[in-house]
Design a protein around this ligand. Structure first.
Ligand SMILES: [Zn+2]
Ligand SMILES: [Zn+2]
Length: 131
Protein backbone atom coordinates (compact mmCIF):
# COMPACT_ATOMS: atom_id res chain seq x y z
CA UNK A 1 0.00 0.00 0.00
CA UNK A 2 1.27 3.46 -0.86
CA UNK A 3 0.77 6.35 1.56
CA UNK A 4 1.50 10.09 1.47
CA UNK A 5 4.30 11.13 3.81
CA UNK A 6 5.13 14.74 4.70
CA UNK A 7 8.92 15.09 4.50
CA UNK A 8 8.86 18.71 5.71
CA UNK A 9 9.82 21.94 3.98
CA UNK A 10 6.96 21.56 1.48
CA UNK A 11 8.07 18.15 0.23
CA UNK A 12 6.01 15.00 0.26
CA UNK A 13 6.40 11.50 -1.07
CA UNK A 14 4.39 8.42 -1.86
CA UNK A 15 6.05 5.65 0.14
CA UNK A 16 5.34 1.93 0.32
CA UNK A 17 4.01 0.50 3.61
CA UNK A 18 2.76 -2.97 4.57
CA UNK A 19 -0.98 -3.42 4.20
CA UNK A 20 -2.65 -2.99 7.61
CA UNK A 21 -4.01 -5.95 9.53
CA UNK A 22 -6.45 -5.48 12.41
CA UNK A 23 -5.47 -6.12 16.00
CA UNK A 24 -8.18 -7.81 18.12
CA UNK A 25 -9.95 -4.51 18.88
CA UNK A 26 -9.28 -2.76 15.54
CA UNK A 27 -11.04 -2.31 12.24
CA UNK A 28 -9.47 -1.67 8.84
CA UNK A 29 -10.98 1.10 6.73
CA UNK A 30 -10.95 1.52 2.99
CA UNK A 31 -10.43 5.28 2.85
CA UNK A 32 -12.88 7.15 0.64
CA UNK A 33 -11.74 10.70 1.53
CA UNK A 34 -9.05 12.18 3.75
CA UNK A 35 -9.16 15.90 4.51
CA UNK A 36 -6.37 18.45 4.73
CA UNK A 37 -6.45 21.10 7.48
CA UNK A 38 -4.15 23.66 9.09
CA UNK A 39 -2.43 21.00 11.18
CA UNK A 40 -1.46 19.18 7.99
CA UNK A 41 -0.17 22.38 6.42
CA UNK A 42 2.12 23.01 9.41
CA UNK A 43 3.56 19.51 9.16
CA UNK A 44 3.89 19.91 5.39
CA UNK A 45 5.67 23.29 5.58
CA UNK A 46 7.92 22.89 8.65
CA UNK A 47 11.17 20.90 8.65
CA UNK A 48 10.61 17.30 9.77
CA UNK A 49 12.16 16.99 13.23
CA UNK A 50 11.69 13.47 14.63
CA UNK A 51 9.95 13.42 17.99
CA UNK A 52 9.49 17.20 18.28
CA UNK A 53 6.39 18.43 20.16
CA UNK A 54 4.52 21.29 18.50
CA UNK A 55 1.05 22.46 19.46
CA UNK A 56 0.83 19.64 21.99
CA UNK A 57 1.29 16.98 19.30
CA UNK A 58 4.42 14.87 19.20
CA UNK A 59 5.73 14.08 15.73
CA UNK A 60 6.77 10.53 14.97
CA UNK A 61 10.38 9.39 15.07
CA UNK A 62 10.13 8.29 11.44
CA UNK A 63 7.78 9.58 8.74
CA UNK A 64 4.26 8.20 8.96
CA UNK A 65 1.34 8.28 6.57
CA UNK A 66 -0.25 11.72 7.00
CA UNK A 67 -3.95 12.54 7.19
CA UNK A 68 -6.16 12.73 10.27
CA UNK A 69 -9.62 13.55 8.93
CA UNK A 70 -10.70 10.36 7.19
CA UNK A 71 -13.91 8.72 6.24
CA UNK A 72 -14.33 5.34 4.64
CA UNK A 73 -15.85 1.89 4.77
CA UNK A 74 -15.03 -0.92 7.21
CA UNK A 75 -13.44 -3.79 5.26
CA UNK A 76 -12.07 -5.97 8.06
CA UNK A 77 -12.73 -6.30 11.80
CA UNK A 78 -10.63 -7.72 14.63
CA UNK A 79 -11.61 -10.80 16.64
CA UNK A 80 -13.01 -8.78 19.59
CA UNK A 81 -15.07 -6.33 17.50
CA UNK A 82 -18.77 -7.12 17.85
CA UNK A 83 -21.24 -6.61 15.00
CA UNK A 84 -22.93 -4.00 17.19
CA UNK A 85 -19.70 -1.97 17.40
CA UNK A 86 -18.64 -2.18 13.72
CA UNK A 87 -19.45 -4.37 10.74
CA UNK A 88 -17.93 -4.89 7.30
CA UNK A 89 -19.48 -2.47 4.82
CA UNK A 90 -20.33 0.15 7.44
CA UNK A 91 -19.57 3.75 6.41
CA UNK A 92 -17.63 5.58 9.11
CA UNK A 93 -15.52 8.58 9.93
CA UNK A 94 -12.63 8.16 12.31
CA UNK A 95 -11.75 10.26 15.35
CA UNK A 96 -7.99 10.55 14.93
CA UNK A 97 -6.98 9.99 18.55
CA UNK A 98 -6.44 6.63 20.24
CA UNK A 99 -6.20 6.44 24.03
CA UNK A 100 -6.01 3.67 26.59
CA UNK A 101 -9.77 3.10 26.31
CA UNK A 102 -10.39 2.70 30.03
CA UNK A 103 -9.49 5.98 31.78
CA UNK A 104 -12.23 8.46 32.68
CA UNK A 105 -11.50 10.59 29.60
CA UNK A 106 -11.47 7.68 27.14
CA UNK A 107 -14.64 6.21 28.64
CA UNK A 108 -16.47 9.49 28.07
CA UNK A 109 -15.26 9.89 24.49
CA UNK A 110 -12.40 12.34 25.11
CA UNK A 111 -9.58 10.12 23.92
CA UNK A 112 -7.43 13.15 23.06
CA UNK A 113 -7.23 13.78 26.85
CA UNK A 114 -6.22 10.21 27.76
CA UNK A 115 -4.22 10.17 31.00
CA UNK A 116 -1.70 7.82 29.35
CA UNK A 117 -1.25 10.21 26.40
CA UNK A 118 -3.08 9.82 23.12
CA UNK A 119 -1.78 8.48 19.84
CA UNK A 120 -2.56 10.97 17.07
CA UNK A 121 -3.06 9.30 13.71
CA UNK A 122 -1.29 11.18 10.93
CA UNK A 123 1.31 12.61 13.35
CA UNK A 124 2.45 9.86 15.70
CA UNK A 125 1.08 6.80 13.94
CA UNK A 126 -0.16 6.17 10.41
CA UNK A 127 -3.01 8.34 9.17
CA UNK A 128 -5.37 8.22 6.25
CA UNK A 129 -3.70 9.63 3.14
CA UNK A 130 -3.61 6.08 1.80
CA UNK A 131 -6.05 3.56 0.37
ZN1 LIG B 1 -7.54 18.69 11.35
ZN1 LIG C 1 -7.36 6.81 28.31
Amino acid sequence: MKGVVFLGERKLALQEFPDPTPGPDDVILEIKASGMCGTDLKAYREPFVPGVVRGGIKRSETPVIAGHEPCGVVVEVGANVSERRARVGQRVMDHHYQGCGVCRHCETGWRQMCVDGAIVFGSVDHGAHAP
